[in-house]
Write a protein that binds this ligand. Sequence first.
Ligand SMILES: Cc1ncc(COP(=O)(O)O)c(C=O)c1O
Length: 396
Amino acid sequence: MNPDLERLQAYPFERLNQLKAGLKPVDKAPVFLSIGEPKHPTPAFIAQALIEAMDGLAAYPATRGTDALRECMATWLIQRYQLKSLNPATEVLPVNGTREALFAFAQAMIDCTAKRPQVLMPNPFYQIYEGAALLAGAEPVFLNLEAEKGFIPDFDAVSSEQWQDCQLLYVCTPGNPTGAVIPEKVLQTLINKAEQYDFIIASDECYSEIYQDEANPPVGLLQAAANMGNDDFKHCVVFNSLSKRSNVPGLRAGLVAGDADLLKAFLHYRTYHGCAMALPTQVAAAAAWGDEAHVKDNRDQYRQKYQLAKETLSPVFPVDIPPASFYLWLKTPIDEQAFAAQLFEQENITVLPGSYLSRDTATGNPGKNRVRIALVAPVDACRDALSRLAALDYRA
Ligand SMILES: Cc1ncc(COP(=O)(O)O)c(C=O)c1O
């Protein structure tokens, strides 16, 4: 058996189940604000497109997807990020959600015959980055996200030796769990570093469409690259998904786009891996990428919930509405696990202790004294949960 499997940590939700196992909640309506699973209804036109394409089940799909889907995804990327061009034949691929793609990408890209392959990633982080690095035979290197730095990794603190050993850098913008957006200038500095030290930047942008300021959508890595004249996106690959944008986490439809040489190798890997997207899914995905009205409606609902959170929680907890995502990265007055446990026992509300998403480092653990609250439940359920949270009678 692969010994690196032993190095995979328990997934945060396993740890959460263990925490809850010994506890008895009060008899109040349960509310789950722990998992980042969108709960707004799937738009009917997406479900309809899927149903109407069911005859596609009779054919094996190609790993690179249909021309129609790749064109649709390229059109979306060009419009969303004001790109001059993006070649649908070579610079974009369909994937079955970003989770599998973020994992598979490391397996295809890491050269584990190199002396000390390292994969740099934020801390706290989406857990797949670490597992992907470990199973690809690399070492994860954690870059802490601190409030004082706006929850942007301190890339200046990365030594030249570390950049030298870095083969892959994961960034998450907008970030889970902090909602921070990495500024364009910082992305451009990273692209220069990637050029200088020859590594790949994998930018997880699956929250790109859930943002506060309608006039200022979060900048993306391809946009930052194109704006500095890197029109063929060298060293840059982005991961995006319909799960959050279109409320279809069960459809498993996303995209990977950027550097054509890297995508060619990734497609080669995927052909063997066997992860083509079913044809009906491709048709539904094309319909979803082609519509913005439902996405705007989605954003409006999240904005409403953030406002509610601010009004309800501010008298008791410091609340900063992040520029994007649907999370609150709430500072807790007591230990984060005790806080989550007491909230569950006293109010039957489930949130995720921040330390389940982060690792200890030489400069501390940035998930300590934080919980992640996913504002995914419908508005009324969130309103109810937030006032119960504000009334929590916690004990140190
Ligand atoms: C940061 C981040 N990346 C990727 C994913 C995976 O999403 P999907 O596979 O549905 O695209 C998630 C899901 O919660 C996430 O939070």
